[in-house]
Design a protein around this ligand. Sequence first.
Ligand code: HEM
Length: 475
Amino acid sequence: KSTRKTKKNLPPGPPRLPIIGNLHQLGSKPHRSMFKLSEKNGPLMSLKLGNVSTVVASTPETVKDVLKTFDVDCCSRPYSTYAARLSYNRNDLSFSPYSKYWRELRKLTVIDTAKRVKSFGHIREEEVASFVDFIRQSASLEKQVNFNLKFMKLSASVICRLGFGMSLEGSKLEITYDEVIQGIMEVLGSFAAADFFPIIGKLIDRLTGLHGKCEKVFQAMDTFFDEAIKCHLDDESIKDDIIALLLKMERGEIGLGEFQLSRNHTKGILLDILVAGIDTSAQTATWVMTHLISNPRVMNKVQTEVREVVKNKDNITEDDIEQLKYLKMVIKETLRINPLVLLLIPREASKDLKIRGYDIPKNTWIYVNVWAIHRNPNIWKDPGAFIPERFVDNEIDYKGLNFELLAFGSGRRMCPGMGVGMALVHLTLVNLLYRFDWKLPEGMETRDVDLEESYGLVCPKKIPLELIPVITKRT
Ligand code: HEM
């Protein structure tokens, strides 16, 4: 009715129900449901989610429109109740609207990332070395390793030292970090009633438990941030990490453009590091090992390459990694078949737009269905199969220039942590593939390995991957 009244030419979309619109069609795997709906309704599709008008882009062409041609008008973030709560009222980078504050913060990460990736190499190396020790012990006891948990612990240890200047061990987060981080991801990835039904939504979320879950993870996270900040206030010799930098900004010793940081800004920024930094790298590494154990041919080929390049060196360096062409294809193929942020973080049109002849009114939420692009048979032959060789003589990369592969997004909001994340993923995998062989638990065969993803802001493997390490001569 309202479409006719305003004469807007909205992108086509499936029929909707009163009040809930198309929410009932999203199911437990919204990326898959949106993919199916877009096959019928087109690559730029309208959905009404309760009260909120949304558009879903599902092909490289329409995504290029959103992330490149109209990037500046599509790169704000919509207000989302629980993201606002967890980010101390959008004082972070990920959920902040497109604004001067966001631009200042973003500049900081750009300058910082390249420098930090290299300068914190020693932290990665030390943490990976102690991870290798743990795997060695498991191998000597023939004990299986839960990759989802152990990679998360490794990633959390690196990020805690890099970002918070403290060890995960002995901290307030040590026992519960996996629950807290997964909880945050679930809350942030959920289609919350409060966002789509302004009046009764909050009540619905109380009944479903989403509100309570958000409060619980917020309290755990906040206590940890207080602990980390207190450490820095008590010991002024801690200088070389992100909290130290943010505290200097709070005290006005360093500026962030015209902004004076408050404690809530500091904590909002810490949320980015905690959430965006830990789960993503850990789950990428888990997916790589999952595909390798399911494809013995690929496992054999990548181990042969790693062992030839590294030879008998005890210390594996980042120069060695540079030469590992096939390993890079394996990781790229993993990011294609299991990108972690399947719908990117939602965007919002900051003014009325016309894309491909369709009207996109101001404040429309925009989803980019990365999963649909990565599984599109017109782009990728046999898209469900794990074939790293598809990247031989194929220049497509995940660095934001190719709209066929968008594991880190593209444009102004593209992931600023790609370098840090991938450095850890590479170093970890090289060590695991060089020093150990891997087998499935007793009674399991390759075809039994489950490949189902779960759904959240980040989508990890649903059933944890458990493998038994076997010591090779090299360890
Ligand atoms: C393999 C690891 C990683 C993957 C696959 C990944 C993927 C992504 C994706 C897809 C986005 C959304 C982009 C968009 O909405 O257009 C994103 C955003 C972001 N990532 Fe990453 N990420 C990884 C590691 C990291 C790390 C290690 C950090 C920081 C230490 C980080 C920090 C962020 C931040 C702050 C944003 C929000 C940027 C903004 O809205 O301006 N990421 N990431």
